[in-house]
Design a binder for this molecule. Structure first.
Ligand SMILES: O=CC(=O)O
Length: 341
């Protein structure tokens, strides 16, 4: 396309819909706006508003991509983007976990999907480690006791971190970072994963069966995704198999734990303490969890550091760029190659 000063514009032929807003990668978004034929910003529009706007834009054609930095709650699915079928080729999402994306539907309409898997890996691992330390030191109870005028009432000596046996469920990028951090405190790391890692990748962690993870760990840390059949993976049976007085930390997805079963295990004392960043019905943790002084709570913000969020935002844009320039996003979680729409 010729511009006013006679040069040739290098704009792509792509139309990009932006859901939500970036917090840090604003210069990058301004630059990307200049690279593409058209950009529509939906900001923090509600689900109903997005559905209406998509219907309105679709007949124009050329809306080939969506980047989701936030925006409407609920699943990214046919209800939201159905009218873009035939033109949509890429959806990039700011989450590492993507249980809120109907990837099968995107594949069926020939669209690539990428998540943002590494930007927040380190901060999530740090938060997981923080919870492990809070559990071993009984930090929530101590804090609340002092605030209400007490001191060491009922306090027993804490478990030492040196030699503490921690079981990591899901040894991907984040699990490995948590392993590294906890090994720094002298903890012994067990892990269960879909694959047994090579000794170089294990770095001293011991691969065990799921049952051994439950029975041998003093603290279990969840780093799995919800996609891989992990719904209610931890319920009454699994809590009963865990050591009496052990701890559980969840920085993955709330529904990996059957929250009612966790409450029963905490009430009986079989699970002594927990650190939770995610819940089955966010933003409403089970009422018992709000009253239990053996549970540390966090509002699904385990990865939310400045560097982490900026990293995620850039990952989304890099994936869009890959798709535009090479036809495949680097963090593709599906492959629509060969799908005829
Ligand atoms: O929970 C946060 C994420 O999946 O990135």
């Amino acid at each position: 396309m010729a511009t006013a000063n006679g040069t040739t514009s290098t704009k792509s032929k792509h139309g990009v819909i932006v859901l939500g807003k970036t917090r840090f990668a604003n210069d990058e978004v301004a630059a990307f706006e200049k690279q593409h034929a058209k950009v529509a910003y939906f900001g923090n529009a509600s689900r109903a508003e997005v559905i209406a706007k998509v219907k309105e834009l679709a007949p124009e054609g050329g809306w080939t991509s969506v980047v989701k930095f936030g925006g409407p709650a609920g699943t990214v699915n046919e209800e939201l983007f159905g009218p873009l079928k035939g033109q949509l080729g890429f959806v990039g999402y700011i989450g590492a976990g993507f249980d809120s994306i109907d990837v099968d539907w995107l594949t069926s309409i020939g669209a690539w999907f990428s998540n943002a898997p590494t930007g927040v890996a380190d901060p999530v691992a740090t938060t997981a480690s923080m919870f492990v330390l809070m559990c071993t030191r009984n930090a929530v109870s101590a804090d609340l006791e002092i605030r209400k005028g007490g001191w060491r009432n009922g306090f027993d000596y804490a478990l030492d971190t040196r030699g503490l046996v921690v079981g990591i469920f899901g040894m991907g990028t984040i699990g490995k970072l948590t392993r590294d951090k906890l090994q720094g405190f002298g903890m012994k790391i067990l892990y269960h994963n879909r694959h047994h890692l090579s000794p170089e990748e294990e770095k001293g962690a011991e691969y065990v069966s799921f049952e051994d993870l439950l029975t041998r760990s003093q603290c279990i840390v969840l780093h799995c995704s919800l996609q891989q059949d992990n719904y209610h993976k931890f319920s009454d049976k699994e809590f009963a198999l865990m050591k009496k007085g052990s701890y559980i930390v969840n920085v993955s997805r709330g529904s990996v734990i059957d929250e009612e079963a966790l409450v029963r295990a905490l009430q009986s004392g079989h699970v002594a303490r927990a650190g939770l960043d995610c819940f089955e019905n966010e933003p409403h943790p089970h009422p018992y969890l709000l009253t239990c002084n053996r549970v540390a709570l966090y509002p699904h913000q385990a990865g939310a550091t400045h560097v982490g969020i900026y990293g995620k935002e850039k990952e989304v844009l890099n994936n869009l760029d890959d798709w535009v320039t090479k036809g495949k996003p680097r963090d593709a979680q599906n492959s629509p190659v060969g799908v005829k729409v």
